[in-house]
Design a protein around this ligand. Structure first.
Ligand SMILES: Nc1ncnc2c1ncn2[C@@H]1O[C@H](COP(=O)(O)OP(=O)(O)OP(=O)(O)O)[C@@H](O)[C@H]1O
Ligand SMILES: [Mg+2]
Length: 365
């Protein structure tokens, strides 16, 4: 198993910088997500970690050993590009044993390994079937089996479920996560799907334009985004932004929003000018006692909760409330924001201001 650490790693293609100086650590046994929009540098980062691409500068360590110049074949890792890449003319057993036999492992030993893997991924009953006639799910399992049979130190997966339809994708995501929990191998997984990253990952790196915006546990990133980009990219419906011109001092615990005082976590950083208060939809409550009011534009019923779209003095926002609460379009409602869940962003820098509430997450990096 393996710990993978990248330090100040940077990648240029000619004059274009695909990955800016990036640093993070994947701990041994973690399921680690590289998340971000198309073109942000996920694949390039993964390929450098795997040894398929040389960094322009910076270091990569696997279990403390610098591997920058070592090619992929010497890093003892498995790269799962596209899970359907199997040898169609061979049966399942041959597909899985192929990597072992081509490394020169004796047949008897390889046979035992394949049977062990078949038990782990639950395909004992189809070992002698040709892969050509298998269902998509079984083929996916066989491809995984072929990757894990070598017992590599780490797995690298680049949008492995990208080609699948939504329902099957969710099912395979659960299976992949369960498989990871059984074998405990370090896994680095690329996706542009924030839900997939939140559901599957122990840790997430969020990238944008080649920059690591934030790195941490899913819940911490959701609760305490380090930048406006992360706040927008993670969560559905997205975090609400209340833009205002104003100021907040070090040690202050309130802002003024369209003439109303709003309590916020004690600020550890001062800022003035264009600021934004970020609020998750589920952290907005309705109360007649509040003088900060919004007008209901629409409601969307989701079973246990409903999404209420409202016009406020600071623009359109969405609140998530109990579906039992009766709300009608056109209604004017007082809004209360849970004080300890609020983030203030400095618009110029796009960064969250450090506060008593988010410092645990933002200080450790
Ligand atoms: N070999 C290359 N030569 C030149 N530019 C490249 C090369 N590989 C990647 N790039 C550029 O680097 C940037 C990052 O690419 P990368 O493939 O890492 O993005 P990604 O986050 O994986 O995106 P996607 O979600 O679309 O797969 C892109 O702008 C891409 O065009
Ligand atoms: Mg990619």
């Amino acid at each position: 198993m393996a710990q993978i650490r990248i330090q100040n790693v940077r990648k240029e293609f000619g004059a274009f910088t695909a990955v800016q100086s990036s640093s993070f650590t994947v701990e041994d046994g973690e399921f680690f997500m590289l998340l971000g929009p198309s073109g942000c540098g996920k694949t390039t980062t993964l390929r450098m970690m795997a040894g398929l691409e040389l960094p322009t500068s910076g270091e990569i360590y696997i279990d403390g050993e610098e591997v920058g110049m070592k090619p992929a074949s010497q890093r003892d890792i498995a790269f799962v590009f596209q899970m359907f890449a199997l040898y169609p003319h061979m049966n399942v057993r041959k597909n899985i044993s192929y990597p072992l036999l081509s490394q020169g492992m004796p047949r008897a030993e390889a046979r035992l390994r394949v049977e062990e893997v078949a038990r782990i991924i639950k395909i004992e009953s189809i070992l002698d079937r040709p892969v050509g006639g298998l269902s998509g799910g079984d083929r996916q399992r066989v491809a995984l089996g072929r990757a894990i049979v070598r017992r590599p130190k780490a797995f690298f997966m680049d949008e492995p479920l990208g080609a699948l339809d939504a329902e099957f994708r969710e099912h395979m995501a659960e299976e992949l996560r369960a498989l990871h929990d059984r074998i405990g191998a370090t896994t680095v997984y690329v996706t542009h799907d924030q839900l997939e990253a939140m559901q599957m990952g122990d840790k997430i790196v969020v990238m944008n334009h080649g920059v690591v915006e934030q790195f941490g546990q899913p819940q911490d990133i959701y609760d305490w985004p380090a930048t406006k980009f992360v706040a927008k990219f993670i969560g559905s419906p997205a975090m609400n932004f209340f833009d205002f011109d104003g100021m907040i001092g070090i040690g202050s615990d309130a802002i003024e929003l369209s003439g109303h005082r709003v309590t916020v976590p004690v600020s550890r950083q001062g800022a003035s000018g264009k600021l934004t208060m970020g609020v998750r939809p589920e952290h907005i409550r309705f109360s007649d006692a509040s003088a900060y009011r919004g007008r209901v534009l629409a409601t969307e019923y989701l079973g246990t909760t409903q999404i209420v779209t409202m016009a406020t003095p600071n623009g359109e926002i969405k609140a998530r409330t109990d579906a039992k609460q009766s709300i009608t379009s056109g209604e004017i409602i007082g809004l209360v924001f849970d004080p300890q869940t609020l983030t203030i962003f400095d618009d110029m820098k796009g960064q969250a201001l450090l506060s008593e509430a988010n410092e645990r997450v933002l200080r450790h990096g």
